[in-house]
Design a protein around this ligand. Structure first.
Ligand SMILES: [Fe+2]
Ligand SMILES: [Fe+2]
Length: 202
């Protein structure tokens, strides 16, 4: 990873964007670069928030995430895959109504579209293992039958996500994943950075 820039102590002078200058935007752009280069510590911080809730499961949400990622890592999956496994439920605290979309948005600029799709759709595939206990259709995932990433997502839930609720499983520590996260989140793919989000000023 490139040497991280420092956060700027300078501030733009404008009070409305109509007053903005190139110098203002050089200041803001430099800070945006720093923000891009320090994504991993913020991701770690948000993952730690998952330890505050167990949702009634035998393990808390951080342990579930660590266990999902550890199982994927020990099964020889790629760094990108393991990072997705670690982050797949990171939205549980901020958006319980649609937690997969939060994780998918975070990984999308850094991993392939197949892994982003897997993260974005894992909830309905995970439902195969419990929807019927709630009076729902466990085969709801079948609406995606024939999709090129169906098998990938089905396997993620079968092999890793649905199996990661064991309090006795020897999961890796969150800190053990830092080198892998630094590698995956080293730089976003330029083609996947949304222009309207660069830099954030709204
Ligand atoms: Fe989930
Ligand atoms: Fe999960």
């Amino acid at each position: 990873m490139a040497t991280a820039s420092k956060p700027t102590e300078r501030r733009a002078g404008f009070r409305a964007m109509t007053e903005g200058t190139a110098e203002d935007w050089a200041i803001i752009g430099a800070d945006y670069l720093h923000s891009l280069q320090t994504t991993v510590p913020r991701i770690m911080g948000h993952l730690r928030l998952l330890a505050d809730g167990h949702g009634g499961f035998a393990v808390d949400r951080l342990e579930h995430s660590l266990q999902t990622a550890t199982r994927a890592h020990r099964a020889g999956r790629s760094d990108d895959y393991v990072a997705c496994a670690l982050l797949h439920d990171i939205g549980d605290t901020l958006c319980p109504a649609d937690h997969p979309s939060i994780a998918a948005a975070i990984v999308a600029p850094y991993v392939g579209e197949e892994l982003t799709w897997m993260v974005a759709h894992h909830a309905v595939f995970q439902g195969y293992y419990y929807f019927h206990h709630l009076g729902l259709d466990r085969n709801a995932r079948d609406k995606y039958a024939g999709h090129p990433y169906y098998d990938l997502t089905e396997e993620f839930c079968a092999e890793f996500d649905q199996a990661a609720f064991d309090p006795s499983y020897p999961s890796m520590a969150l800190e053990d994943f830092v080198p892998l996260l630094e590698h995956v989140f080293a730089a976003p793919s330029a083609s996947r950075v949304q222009a309207e989000a660069t830099p954030s000023a709204s």
